[in-house]
Write a protein that binds this ligand. Structure first.
Ligand code: MG
Length: 159
């Protein structure tokens, strides 16, 4: 059985994952409005992936005899800049999420909950990918410049 402390911390993370899902959905809508259909598609997929993270965490909490909660999700920003600025924001946000996951792992270690540590290592690994993917797109956009932007847009549309 999961401790109440860890259960509550995981529930907070579920809320954070759902907030991330909304953040990326907001970016998706913005890109669609701006005519960047590839970026919009990529962001929608990213949003769905964040919801999958929330589901996985909720499922885990329940598997361990805890109660998973759906809490209030704060409003996300909706005014964005250039695609480069948006993806730089994605990268910063994923670095922030990595820190949240690290914090959860530290708590699981303090509680000597090995099952939860094992569960969270999967997310530590996931965050390495998330950061690298976002950084990769930022690099690509920098190299592409103004003229190559629709090439990158088309490429991300293939996600
Ligand atoms: Mg996530």
């Amino acid at each position: 059985m999961i401790s109440e402390k860890l259960q509550n911390a995981l529930n907070e993370q579920i809320t954070a994952e759902m907030w991330s899902a909304n953040l990326y959905l907001s970016m998706s809508f913005y890109f669609e409005r701006e005519g960047f259909n590839g970026f919009a598609h990529w962001m929608k997929k990213q949003s769905q992936e964040e919801m999958e993270h929330a589901y996985a965490m909720a499922h885990y909490v329940m598997e361990r005899g805890g109660v998973a909660k759906v809490n209030k999700i704060d409003v996300v920003p909706d005014g964005w800049g250039t695609p480069l600025e948006v993806f730089e924001h994605v990268y910063q946000h994923e670095c922030h999420v990595s820190k949240l996951i690290d914090g959860l792992l530290e708590l699981a270690q303090a509680e000597k909950d090995y099952a939860t540590q094992n569960f969270l290592w999967g997310f530590v690994k996931e965050q390495v990918e998330e950061e690298a993917t976002a950084q990769g797109i930022v690099d690509k956009l920098k190299k592409a410049g103004e003229n190559g932007i629709f090439y990158v847009d088309a490429q991300l549309g293939g996600r």
